[in-house]
Write a protein that binds this ligand. Structure first.
Ligand code: NAD
Length: 293
């Protein structure tokens, strides 16, 4: 039987380190600014996965000293109601970051709500102004999951420059901004997606392979170049006879890919905690800049 040889990229440990540093940074800034930073997470309905994500974010806020201004709306909340709360939070000087937890019930227009968030309070970094700044290479709020991937690479001194990075998935949440961030660090970037023909022939060329699809076991050992760096963004809940309540897995067949890759992220404990850490970092960035405005 082969054994795993890949080194683990420990997102959980790095997220804790970042949060520890943010806590110290907030303590130092609080005296001058005269208040703590604030983050408002808006949630609609009772989707259990979303509720768990929101709880995680709010718990992390408490740990670092960010005040939560979260609001929980019933399933039938209207677009106008959410829109007016966003306007209110845009004006509230205690609030540095606003985000709408997705997915929303079908009758609500998530993109329209995102457009209403003040760009300098866009903690998720998904407002067109912030995505535009990313395209232009200007500083601004960066989308959390791709920023988390880039931080992980940096922490483990994995140089991106000149490497062939293959991102699988082209969503506005992960794939597209991640491709731009890799490009900014001088990688040669390929973006594969659902219409890509012969995915394996593309992924096998990757020095750095980053699947962000949402399909368990999409990436098998045969699709990975030996000694590649594999960062698994996917989060999937699988239910089988051993885990009737379900367990989380990524897009990568971890056990077999760990036999060929040089580095690999676990799921859970890889990119997921980094996303939360980047959300807090974005909030603190806005907090700091609010004082300079
Ligand atoms: P999405 O559904 O918006 O996008 C999925 C992408 O995968 C699409 O661009 C599609 O073209 C591509 N795709 C679908 N089937 C494919 C196939 N067979 N081959 C190649 N490409 C294919 O999803 P998303 O919001 O980008 O999320 C992707 C995954 O990442 C999900 O599992 C999600 O739960 C996870 N995610 C994790 C974090 C985190 O913090 N770790 C954050 C966001 C999303």
């Amino acid at each position: 039987m082969s054994v795993a040889t890949a080194k683990i990229l420990d997102g959980k440990a790095l997220a804790q380190k970042i949060q520890h540093n943010l806590k110290a940074q907030i303590q130092a800034l609080q005296e001058t600014i005269g208040r703590s930073p604030g983050l408002a997470v808006l949630m609609v309905g009772d989707n259990p996965a979303s509720a768990a994500y929101v709880r995680n974010k709010e718990k992390a806020c408490t740990q670092v000293g960010i005040t939560s201004f979260g609001r929980h709306f019933p399933d039938h909340a209207s677009q106008a109601e959410l829109s007016s709360v966003i306007q209110e939070l845009n004006q509230d000087n205690r609030v540095d970051g606003i985000l709408v937890q997705l997915p929303l019930p079908k009758h609500l227009d998530a993109v329209a709500l995102l457009h209403e968030i003040k760009p300098n309070k866009d903690a998720d970094g998904l407002h067109p102004t912030n995505l535009g700044k990313l395209v232009r290479g200007e500083s601004g709020l960066r989308s959390c999951t791709p920023a988390g991937v880039m931080e992980l690479l940096k922490e483990y001194n994995i140089s991106v420059q000149g490497k062939h990075a293959v991102v699988v998935g082209r969503s506005i949440l992960v794939g597209k901004p991640l491709a731009l961030m890799l490009l900014e660090e001088n990688a040669t970037v390929t973006v594969a997606h659902s219409r890509t023909v012969d995915l394996g022939s593309i992924t096998r060329q990757a020095d750095i392979l980053i699947p962000a699809v949402g399909k368990p076991n999409l990436i098998t050992k045969e699709m990975v170049k030996p000694s590649a760096v594999v960062i698994d963004v996917g989060i999937n809940r699988v239910v089988d006879q051993f885990t009737p309540k379900g367990r989380l897995v990524g897009d990568v067949a971890f056990d077999e890919v760990a036999q060929v890759a040089e580095y690999i992220t676990p799921v859970p404990g890889g990119v997921g905690p980094m996303t939360v850490a980047m959300l807090l970092q974005n909030t603190v960035w806005s907090y700091q800049n609010s004082e300079m405005a």
